[in-house]
Design a protein around this ligand. Structure first.
Ligand code: ADP
Length: 485
């Protein structure tokens, strides 16, 4: 049994209208430790009915919340931020326990999750409207920003805390109430955040968390209920498209953070150690289970063999293990299905002529462990080039010219993150402009921060999270035209 400093952070029921609830007749579902596939908790399996109750509670609670001053809301968010940081160790343990990532990464995610709460507490105070020079002398034209309404948030398991605060913090700061459905793989991190929000003074009904296995039913309810005015989603492109279609029926605002297929381009003039370090951070963090993870490493012919050699050397040193062991560099993949998918992509690449320089198979450790892998001589016809890998597999592709690199990079329906490594300033400007992606890291692969806009183009999504733009998705602009001044 996991020892927490504060055992009351381990919550196993849904949080609705300020109370911990079950749904009669639906029982519980197990949460697994992906490192050894043992059951670590049983959580109330709430469904559609609880979602409906939560939406009603949010609607009622929001009537008062939206009328408060931004400063009042900010003070509560600030309390939440402080409580998240104070409880970093427990929250990180819970996360590693249910998600598998190394403890150091879990601690970093908790700090990252908290940063959105701090940031949007401040941004809420700056949701300015306009006074517009009028088109007639007796008119005055104003705009005011108002909360969009009740928000539904559906979040994934790969960043169980940060994907919640990145949505909840701007929504709360703007004056919205939320119903959040985390992934069934990682409900404990979400529920602990709700406990802390409650302690921070958030009124009952403002932040509700529904947990359960009926993702389809809950998703249908959240995306069709008329009281929900906005749906924000992070997850797969397939589910994102479905939710957008379902939201059309009631014309909800949507924000979508969907899958990526990030190109990582290393030009001949790149600094080799910097480029290898960039791949390591981008590709192997969270065992490659991030949507901005380098998915296709495109390396120019002059540096190709040196790069491959160095990358292989460093990857071979990585240590797989339980995330709670301080020696561990890479934890397990989230489920057996995830493991099978990664392995089938690697098998396909090897069958089509790629070479495994490191790894290339399921680990003998069992559980969700996959060997850190480097694949050389990958080509665009292989599945590993086309599909999001979500595993510790680095496919390396050789190219010769800058134009070829850009064409290869843009040859995807995804458009989330991209990376280029070069010392040439003209090339930096040319290529950052030519890449059809929402984000470009130049000689840097750790690009996520609460102060910058995160989001994709093409089929990677709609909207931006974090930064001064992140609150816009939770606000409507109301235009007021006054005559007779
Ligand atoms: P992944 O493949 O990373 O698990 P998903 O898109 O399946 O990504 O999951 C992201 C979130 O979407 C999770 O909370 C999951 O429960 C939820 N989800 C999955 N399928 C649906 C669906 N049909 N409708 C609504 N939500 C869904």
């Amino acid at each position: 049994m996991l020892q927490l400093n504060d055992p009351s952070l381990l919550r196993t029921k849904a949080f609705v209208a300020g109370r911990w609830v079950d749904e009669p007749g639906r029982g519980e579902f197990p949460v697994f430790n992906p490192a050894d596939e043992t059951v670590i908790a049983s959580v109330s399996d709430t469904g559609r009915q609880t979602v409906r109750v939560a939406i009603e509670a949010a609607t009622v609670a929001m009537a008062e919340w939206k009328l408060r001053t931004a400063k009042d809301r900010a003070n509560i968010l600030r309390n939440w931020f402080d409580l998240i940081l104070t409880n970093t160790e427990d929250l990180a343990l819970l996360m590693t326990w249910e998600q598998g990532k190394p403890l150091a990464e879990s601690r970093a995610e908790i700090r990252y999750a908290a940063s959105f709460v701090e940031w949007f507490a401040e941004e809420g105070k700056r949701a300015y409207g306009d006074v517009i020079p009028a088109h007639a002398t007796d008119l005055r034209l104003l705009t005011v920003k108002q909360p969009v309404g009740v928000v539904a948030a559906i979040t994934p398991w790969n960043f169980p805390s940060a994907m919640i605060t990145r949505k909840a913090a701007p929504a709360l700061a703007a004056g919205c109430a939320l119903v959040i459905k985390p992934a069934a793989e990682t409900p404990l991190s979400a529920l602990a955040l709700a406990e802390l929000a409650h302690r921070a003074g958030l009124p009952d009904g403002i932040l509700n968390i529904v947990v359960g296995t009926d993702a389809i039913g809950m998703g249908e309810e959240l995306s069709s209920h008329p009281q929900v005015r906005k749906l924000t989603f992070t997850g797969s492109t397939r589910v994102g498209k479905l939710l957008m279609a379902q939201c059309a029926g009631t014309v909800k605002k949507t924000s979508m953070e969907l899958g990526g297929n990030a190109p990582f381009i290393v030009f001949d003039d790149a600094d080799l150690p910097t480029a290898v370090a960039g791949v390591m951070a981008s590709k192997f963090r969270n065992a490659g289970q991030t949507c901005i993870s380098a998915n296709r490493i495109l390396v120019q012919e002059g540096i190709y063999s040196d790069f491959l050699q160095e990358l292989t050397r460093v990857v071979k040193k990585l240590k797989l293990g339980d995330g709670r062991d301080p020696e561990t560099d890479i934890g397990p993949l989230i489920t057996g299905a995830a493991l099978d998918n990664v392995d089938s992509l690697v098998r396909n690449a090897l069958d089509c002529g790629a070479r495994a320089m490191a790894g290339g198979q399921v680990s003998i450790l069992g559980g969700g462990f996959y060997e850190p892998t480097v694949l050389a001589d990958v080509t665009p016809d292989m599945k590993v080039f086309r599909e999001e890998i979500f595993g510790p597999v680095a496919p390396v592709v050789q190219f010769s010219s800058e134009a070829e690199a850009i064409a290869l990079a843009n040859d995807t329906s995804a458009g989330l993150a991209s990376y280029i490594y070069t010392q040439n300033i003209s090339r930096i400007l040319r290529t950052t402009e030519a890449l059809d992606f929402g984000m470009v890291g130049v000689n840097e692969s750790m690009i996520s921060t609460e102060v910058a806009p995160f989001g994709g183009v093409k089929e990677s999504g709609v909207g931006r999270e974090g930064s001064r733009y992140g609150i816009d998705d939770y606000l409507e602009i109301k235009y007021v035209c006054i005559r007779g001044i």
